[in-house]
Ligand binder design. Structure first.
Ligand SMILES: *Cc1c(COP(=O)(O)O)cnc(C)c1O
Length: 483
């Protein structure tokens, strides 16, 4: 079967896709010759060819709506379409950011309630909805940490401690704030190494930021001791809450001793993501950081809602109020589920990850063999020994019609394969993925060549990913036609 991916393939001289009405005004001269671009060589196609071309292209996309998407640390769950309808209600989309507070009381009420719900869910005292990404929420947290120590006259605290399993945005956010970083090691179980923390936690440390559960998909049972040690030595404890899908309704960051946490509404709370946005990374804080929150917050007084700026606010972080549409979807999600159903999200997310873990354990090396949370990190070490790299396993999954898990992250696991099934997937979907992974492990042992050359039946074969990323080739251009 011949498939047409490039328009020039189907171009035929003289063929047209539309006919224009007869001219009912005087014709005019074409612009001067030097302004006419003959070299454009536009493809000549009929309407039906064009429709089929674009329809074929649209079907090359892979997304959560086409199949399983177990990309670890990304929470690529299915998000109900109904929330999109809610976010599209004309009364919400037609609002203008310069409207008077008086005329947008409904929108303010929604934001106010969302602030309160997120504070409740995280066990914190206040929320700012302004940050527009998880990393942006991290930045808000660190700017507050800096302002907090400065306000107390504690000028020496310029360092942020992170763990060696941290998401790349964690050190990047610290660098954006002009803070130094120190890396605390993980112990053999994958938890934070307390001795290492003990030796590093001095009067220069402004905060420890911890991902809970960690990017290894593990809950650190020593969290109370960690929090105590950090606070005794004058630091703050910051949470990266992008993995909230694991904890929803089970435990609260506030109760675990965190001073602030950022959430990813576009992961946990019903906004589809990937490809760059829009996102929302609210930051929730304890009493000690409320005065520093980014502006504006929504307050309520006798049923009237208005914007306010906290007295020592770190200032504005985004245009206007953040990504309102994402807030609407999060609100719709919370209202439609309610507290009991919220708990089932984390229960099912954790159950699904552990199911995948147990089924794949005989076939892939499991570096931390213990109950995991919402995701499980395997290593392709066994296969690597046979000359099959983890990237080969990932590429081979494409041939099975599946999106690969996250690979080569977290950095402390060699040949990492990080699967996050999420709660929205059925047992049949998980079984299908498990079967493909087992089949691939068998291929790695018996026929490694087929993996090293994968994928075999995708529209494009293996790409130079670094180059594809830097030199995106999204447009049909003349030299393609010459090829
Ligand atoms: C996704 C993620 C982030 C960053 O969130 P963005 O919205 O992509 O900026 C930070 N930390 C962890 C653990 C994450 O999984």
């Amino acid at each position: 079967m011949k498939r047409h991916y490039l328009l020039p393939d189907i171009s035929q001289a003289g063929r047209i896709g539309c006919s224009l009405p007869h001219l009912d005004v005087p014709s005019s001269e074409l612009p001067p010759e030097e302004l006419l671009r003959q070299e454009l060589g536009l493809p000549e196609v009929s309407e039906v060819d064009l429709v089929r071309y674009f329809t074929a292209l649209s079907k090359l996309n892979y997304g959560v709506d086409t199949g399983f998407y177990p990309l670890g640390s990304c929470t690529m769950k299915y998000n109900p379409k109904w929330h999109e309808d809610v976010a599209k209600l004309p009364g919400l989309t037609a609002l203008h950011p310069y409207q008077s507070e008086q005329s947008v009381q409904g929108a303010l009420q929604l934001m106010y309630r969302l602030q309160e719900y997120l504070a409740e869910i995280t066990g914190m005292n206040a929320t700012s909805l302004v940050p527009v990404a998880g990393a942006h929420g991290e930045l808000a947290g660190l700017l507050m940490v800096k302002a907090y120590h400065q306000a107390r006259g504690d000028k020496a605290r310029k360092k942020i401690l992170l763990t060696d399993s941290s998401h790349g945005t964690n050190p990047a956010s610290a660098a954006m704030c002009g803070l130094e970083t120190g890396v605390v090691a993980s112990d053999a179980r994958g938890d934070l190494d307390l001795k290492s923390l003990e030796s590093m936690m001095n009067e220069e440390v402004a905060a420890l930021t911890l991902t809970m559960p960690s990017t290894l998909g593990l809950f650190d049972p020593k969290i109370a001791e960690i929090s105590q040690l950090v606070h005794e030595r004058g630091g703050l404890l910051g949470g990266d809450g992008a993995n909230l899908n694991a904890l929803l309704g089970q435990t609260k960051f506030g109760e675990l001793g965190f001073d602030y946490v950022q959430l990813n509404l576009h992961k946990t709370f019903s906004t589809p993501h990937g490809g760059g946005g829009p996102g929302s990374g609210p930051v929730c804080v304890k009493e000690n950081l409320i005065d520093f929150l980014p502006t504006p917050l929504v307050t309520e007084d006798n049923g009237r809602y208005s914007f306010m700026s906290p007295p020592k606010s770190i200032g504005k972080m985004a245009d206007f109020y953040g990504n309102f549409g994402v807030m609407v979807k999060a609100y719709a999600y919370l209202r439609s589920l309610g507290p009991e159903e919220l708990k089932r999200i984390s229960e099912d997310a954790v159950l699904n990850a552990n199911y995948v873990k147990e089924k794949l354990k005989p076939h892939y090396f499991l570096p931390y063999d213990r109950t995991c949370m919402h995701e499980v990190v395997f290593s392709g070490k066994k296969q690597k020994a046979k000359g099959v790299a983890t990237v080969d396993i990932a590429k081979r999954l494409l041939d099975y019609g599946l999106h690969p898990p996250t690979v080569y992250f977290p950095l402390i696991v060699s040949e990492a394969l990080m699967t996050e099934p999420t709660e929205t997937e059925s047992k049949e979907t998980l079984d299908n993925y498990i079967a493909a992974m087992i089949e691939i492990a068998r291929e790695a042992a018996e026929n490694p060549e087929v993996l090293r050359n994968a994928p075999h039946n995708t529209p494009v074969r293996r790409l130079d990913e670094a180059r594809a990323f830097r030199q995106l080739d999204l447009r049909w251009e003349i030299d393609h036609q010459k090829k």
